[in-house]
Design a binder for this molecule. Structure first.
Ligand SMILES: Nc1ncnc2c1ncn2[C@@H]1O[C@H](COP(=O)(O)OP(=O)(O)OP(=O)(O)O)[C@@H](O)[C@H]1O
Ligand SMILES: [Mg+2]
Length: 364
């Protein structure tokens, strides 16, 4: 059989390496939209929960689908998955977090500073795309770092979004630059404005002006984000699992993702190819089987089989490309296309087995 794995020494086709690397604290799961990121995050976490004391899955995707996958409603605070005593889920909403941050600063400010703070915040979010996500992510990291999870799995939003996470430090520099400029240009005016409105020289918790309060918050955020990024660039604690399906656009986007991750110094050495038709067989084998059997099939059954085999042939081409690109360095795991959705703890648990005990690819 013409196997995808020609070299016996290639990394084994399983995510067991991730499960067994005890030092891993942060695991990102990412890829193009709809390829199976959430399913893979849940399945990997189920396997991790067998070996670790406490595992958390976090969704940073505004279109939260962890609740859909587990058929259980989750929210901003970590909640146990039904049937587990050590697997938790939380779903983050960047907009709600921004409202909370603004609310906290407003509460600390005097009544008159609140409108200045609000317009500063509005100005920042409209002129610096991603600042809301960066601040929300920093709040999340501040929170989860104080919790005692062994491993945190991020079910990320589709690729474009994921890569924004890597640019948070740059976004923070821009935001700080902008507020500093405002302070230089309008500093006197901003404090006299709040003075005129009756607020005195500044009524933050330490008597500082709204611009200084905002600068303080941004500096705190920058510090967290820089610390976190250093952690994310340490392969002993962080890795990124890329998920794709065997189609041109998905493979293309995976390559972009792998390149970007490597540019940012983030480790990735696992690719999950999901929704594979008959992963245990290749197109040639199926074609031989079809030749032998087609005489016994009705016209309609032959048509269905032919369509399926054309699809399988296309999948094999892209799976082959994946092995050519990553086979030497990455664990490549083929996940079968099931004939049902992978929803609910039972189905996810079953499916999680193929991540660590994959189908046996024959090797010539
Ligand atoms: N191997 C599979 N076989 C059958 N159905 C699958 C398989 N993998 C995932 N699915 C189903 O496909 C749908 C999309 O999967 P999933 O939500 O995991 O993708 P995603 O990459 O997280 O999507 P999004 O980009 O929208 O977040 C879900 O309904 C899931 O149950
Ligand atoms: Mg998803």
């Amino acid at each position: 059989m013409a196997s995808f794995e020609d070299d016996i020494d290639v990394p084994d086709p399983s995510l067991m390496n991730v499960v067994e690397q005890d030092s891993l604290k942060w695991i990102f799961v990412g890829g193009k939209g709809g390829v199976g990121k959430t399913t893979t995050s849940c399945c990997l976490s189920i396997q991790l929960a067998k070996k670790r004391n406490k595992v958390l899955i976090v969704s940073t995707d505004p279109a939260h689908n962890l609740s859909d996958a587990f058929c259980q409603k989750f929210g901003r605070d970590p909640m146990l998955v039904d049937g587990f005593d050590n697997l938790y889920v939380m779903e983050i909403d960047a907009n709600a977090d921004m409202d909370k941050i603004q609310g906290e600063m407003s509460a600390a400010a005097g009544d008159d500073e609140q409108s200045v703070l609000q317009s500063l915040m509005g100005d920042l979010t409209s002129s610096i795309p991603g600042i809301d996500e960066a601040m929300s992510f920093s709040e999340l990291m501040k929170q989860v770092q104080t919790m005692d999870y062994d491993t945190i799995v991020f079910d990320t939003a589709p690729t474009g979004h994921t890569l924004r996470l890597l640019s948070f430090p740059t976004i923070m520099e821009k935001a700080l630059g902008k507020i500093m400029d405002l302070k230089d240009k309008f500093g006197g005016m901003l404090s006299s404005m709040s003075g005129l409105m009756g607020g005195g020289a500044g009524t933050g918790p330490n008597g500082e002006s709204p611009t200084d309060m905002m600068l303080g918050k941004l500096e705190e955020t920058r510090e967290i984000i820089n610390k976190v990024n250093t952690m994310f660039q340490d392969p002993t604690v962080t890795t990124f699992v890329c998920v794709c399906i065997p189609e041109f656009l998905s493979i293309f986007e995976t390559e972009r993702l792998v390149q970007e991750l490597s540019k940012f110094g983030i480790d990735s050495h696992n690719v999950v190819i999901n929704q594979v038709l008959f992963p245990e067989k290749d197109a040639e084998e199926l074609a031989e089987w079809f030749e032998e059997e087609k005489g016994k099939l009705s016209k309609e059954a032959r048509e269905i089989c032919s369509k399926m085999m054309a699809r399988k042939k296309m999948q094999d081409k892209y799976i082959g490309q994946c092995f050519d690109l990553y086979g030497d360095d990455f664990h490549i795991v083929l996940q079968p296309l099931l004939d049902h959705e992978v929803r609910g703890v039972e189905k996810l648990t079953d499916f999680s087995e193929t991540l660590v005990n994959p189908v046996d690819l024959e090797v010539d």
